[in-house]
Design a protein around this ligand. Sequence first.
Ligand code: LMR
Length: 394
Amino acid sequence: MFQTLKAQPADKILSLMQAYKADPRDAKIDLGVGVYKDASGNTPVMRAVKEAERRLVADQTTKAYVGLAGDPAFADAMIDLLLADTLPRARISAIATPGGTGAIRQALEMVKLAAPDATVWISNPTWPNHPSIIRFLGMKVREYRYFDEATRGVDIDGMIADLGTVAEGDVVLLHGCCHNPTGANPTADQWDRIIATLQDRGAVPLVDVAYQGFGDGLEEDAQATRKIVGAFPNLMIAASCSKNFGIYRERTGILMGIARDAAEAQLTQANLNFLNRQNYSFPPDHGARVVTTILTDPALRADWEAELEETRNTMLDLRRQLAEELRRLSNDDRFDFIADHRGMFSRLGTTEDRVETLRADHGIYMVSDSRMNIAGLNTQTVPILARAIVDAGI
Ligand code: LMR
């Protein structure tokens, strides 16, 4: 049977991870996969996570199955974190999923169940796994303009023009905050235009929120999603706990569905549960339980928020330092966008050849589309990167 298999295309982020590991040079810099690293290059277990895990080990009395949707307390805590009181709880259905990727996958399978002919619109560019999963599921996909290569900001006019051609019932995948891979995000006014256009077209938003708390703060990063939630009768939200709780390998995410009313929400919930059953039965519980423990204990939550805020500020300081160093070395302000971008990533905006030069000559690893993980830097490596960027003629 297996002789009929074809080789699958390599994922550019994951193959870069392997190439970095295999590079024997000591002075190498990993700006590839989106994992937070502190100044010494470690990805720490957050203090509140350690404490919540300690309590779980001490207090948990069973590992019996929980339920197809996962623990309802996890859904309540995550809905509160992301949506606060934007909507009546009765309109929201939710399932725990294996990470944010699991939530995206289940969201797309929901589209296949509910509207198999719908086209899924994705930003150009987007996280490469979005189009990969959509195509794997045999769904129709189209791109909308998003990134202005000249300013490295959002091409809002191009985006609005393209979204203005979306057909009724099409699904539009939006990054709720901290756009991956560009780091460029719409302003509040621009979000209003995006929402008005999508309402006008009768589109169904699918909001991917993988970095809440990494941009402008936990509340600030939820604002666009809350606005979207208040503006559409139906939509879905895929949220990840991998980055903001630093529990990457625990695979903790959630898919929320917003229905018109309580009866429709029950039907939506039953379909979400069905999809979990078809794909893996019960979703992973450990990470979800850690998250719930933290979010429902005021002291643990305060400590988690404080550590997340330190993480966010560290990335912002690195952004400012890099933009300043580039301004000094190049005598030009064309790299100031790095300080304006938000989240873990910035797209430098250069050719694959120059990205390859940075890797070959300087041991600097960034994704081939010139996406840099800002958290892969520290105060010592910022000047090295800035010098290499200028020397490479970027
Ligand atoms: C990334 O974009 O680097 C992360 O979301 C990790 C991944 O799975 O690609």
